[in-house]
Write a protein that binds this ligand. Structure first.
Ligand code: M6R
Length: 609
């Protein structure tokens, strides 16, 4: 999604800004731009639709130089992807501004500004902000006061950074609802929407808080809170090495990340080896919190929501703990009744998903015992705002389609089940069985990866199709949902998942000889029920693709293809079967020629509502 990088230095910053944008590229965007104040105090602007490398080319052809600048990658919300709608937006040839987020009252502000003679070049919600800033500056306000007044007029979410030719060595910025971090240099200061963009120049950061307005220059750094009072914010030193994005010989990041799963799962579970009590894997004080927990509320989006759905089966069946799961975009706006002693668990690969963050922040004081996040990104907003943290050790995930992040989230949630279960009805033997299964998990995932060629052959049948159904029962239903999401996300085939028992209540009407039906069918307690549901499909001419272990007793025959899965402990089957479905969607997408790592319209980190 949108990315911001800004610099106030005594050296030329265009290359720093471009490198910052490159580091944010994997998140997905459709246009890029950069504005600098040159030595003569003129505003220099490059912006265009397309990749950062195009911006770089433009910069090489017609170099813009300056020590103060802002840069942006845009993921379109208001107004199509185009050069005109790309950021920075400018006003009066003196101010340039970049924005992440959505200004909800932009229509009203646009009318007000137009009535005062402001002309709009773009269809964006952002352009009102730069004109508001211009109006305040022209009215004699300081750069800081102009930004404070401007944000006072805005409804919605924003991270903003702006430069003004009349204040040539300063950048003013503000945040509410979208992340923004200051990078502290020596004789220079920076801003970005993610510290990753600034690791090239510093390891010292200040994560801004809601409502903060900040003014940086090469030698000064002033932060003001929502009420306008100067504040000190905590400085953080981030010293762990930056992971470098590298295909490592694979054709796509998604394929690489699928194959990294044995290592990522082992590394995630290895945290338990350091903390045999498991509690400590969730942070200091986790044990005391877990002692009080009587119920769990999980909130997440997309694939992370599916991880929560799986966890509900584990928490209720293995630990006897009541658990509810809801998508964050609904949960955050719903009047709800929360049972006493409920733990709020958010699940988020990026730790920046706007809806999940809002769900956490909107929790009423005292509503939950505590908050816990399962995330892959240390220092992310959800990690900073939660009481307890489980960090998955997936490593950087670049592909928009979440793969290793999902399976490592499941490991974290299964470890949470053990941590809570040992305080309720989970026997010592059961706990040991689950931990042993987790220890053996990487080997079963490796065996599944070795089915790659069989899955590739099976995937061919999907190429001409426009629709597909995914079926599962019990804990495999969320895995069917995840399989359907992966397929639609990267191959653009419309795919829906159903708990197989629901077929006859409607979706069966869709089944004909043109409808591939994928069944997640390991040998388990619900297998016979599932088999009856699959017969309903067969007898209506549907073509079945069954992912099952030998013990499930399926045989390939006319219109039934069986993919023989490794037989593994029941509790880890959802994780192992997921890997096969990831490979299925990868191969379908590959043969359809879609952009596997950056599917159309999607972004890696969804920082707007
Ligand atoms: O970073 P998060 O886990 O919070 O992201 C949530 C969803 O946006 C994400 O899982 C999305 O559904 C993936 N692209 C699915 O592959």
């Amino acid at each position: 999604m949108c990315g911001i990088v800004a610099a106030a230095a005594r050296r030329e910053v265009s290359e720093i800004l471009l490198e910052g944008l490159r580091r944010l590229e994997y998140r997905g965007y459709d246009s890029a731009g950069m504005a600098l104040i040159d030595n003569e105090h003129n505003l220099q602007l490059h912006k265009q639709q397309g990749k950062v490398c195009e911006l770089e080319k433009a910069q090489k052809l017609r170099p813009h130089l300056g020590c103060t600048g802002i840069a942006h990658t845009r993921w379109a919300t208001h107004g199509e992807p185009s050069g005109v709608n790309a950021h920075p937006h400018i006003s009066g040839q003196r101010i340039a501004l970049v924005h992440n987020g959505i200004i909800e009252n932009h229509m009203r502000l646009r009318e007000e500004l137009m009535a005062q003679g402001y002309e709009f070049a773009s269809a964006t919600d952002t352009e009102v902000v730069v004109h508001l800033l211009h109006r305040a500056l022209e009215g004699g306000k300081s750069l800081l006061k102009a930004m404070q007044d401007t944000v006072g007029r805005l409804d919605g979410a924003y991270a903003l950074a702006a430069i003004d030719v009349d204040h040539p060595d300063q950048v003013v910025a503000a945040r509410k609802g979208s992340p923004l971090v200051i990078g502290i240099g020596i004789g220079e200061n920076f801003l970005a929407s993610d510290q990753l963009a600034l690791r090239q120049v510093t390891d010292r950061f200040i994560f801004l808080e809601e409502g903060d307005v900040v003014l940086i220059s090469p030698s000064t750094l002033q932060i003001f809170d929502q009420a306008g009072a100067p504040v000190e914010r905590k400085k953080s030193l981030i010293s762990e090495a930056v992971e470098v994005a590298d295909l490592g010989g694979f054709d796509h990041y998604m394929l690489k990340e699928i194959h990294e799963q044995p290592r990522a799962l082992a590394a995630t579970f290895a945290q338990a080896a350091n903390y045999p009590g498991i509690d400590e894997c969730f942070g200091a004080g986790a044990g005391a919190v877990f002692d009080r927990v009587k119920a769990v509320q999980i909130v997440a989006c997309g694939t992370s929501f599916h991880a929560g759905m799986v966890a509900r089966y584990w928490l209720e069946e293995l630990a006897g703990i009541p658990c509810q799961v809801e998508v964050a975009s609904e949960f955050r706006y719903r009047k709800r009744v929360t049972h006493a002693d409920t733990l709020l668990v958010t699940v988020s690969q990026s730790g920046e998903t706007a809806d999940s963050l809002a769900a956490l922040r909107n929790a009423q004081p005292g509503e939950f015992v505590a908050s816990l996040v399962v995330s892959n990104v240390a220092n992310s907003s959800l990690v900073r705002d939660s009481d307890l943290v489980f960090l998955t050790k997936a490593g950087m995930e670049i592909g928009v389609a979440s793969t290793k992040a999902f399976t490592t989230q499941l490991v974290g949630l299964l470890m949470l089940t053990v941590a809570l279960g040992r305080r309720s009805s989970m026997s010592e033997q059961k706990q040991q069985d689950v931990l042993a299964a987790l220890r053996g998990l990487p080997e079963y995932v490796q065996q599944t990866l070795e089915l790659n060629d069989d899955i590739e052959r099976l995937s061919e049948a999907f190429i001409p199709k426009h629709h597909a159904l995914f079926l599962g029962r019990g804990i495999q239903y969320p895995i069917a949902m995840e399989g359907a999401l992966k397929l639609k996300e990267i191959s653009y085939i419309h795919a829906e998942a159903y708990p197989a028992g629901e077929l006859k209540h409607g979706p069966l009407a869709l089944v004909d000889d043109d409808m591939p039906v994928v069944a997640v069918a390991p040998s388990d307690d619900l297998l016979e029920k599932l088999k009856s549901n699959l017969e309903e499909v067969r007898s209506r001419g549907g073509e079945l693709f069954v992912f099952a272990d030998r013990q499930a007793g399926f045989k390939s025959e006319a219109r039934v293809q069986v993919l023989p899965m490794p037989h593994c402990p029941e509790v880890i089957k959802p994780i192992v079967y997921t890997v096969a479905l990831q490979l299925l969607s990868y191969h379908v997408a590959l043969q359809k020629g879609t952009d596997v790592d950056k599917p159309r319209n999607l972004a890696k980190s969804v920082t707007v509502e």
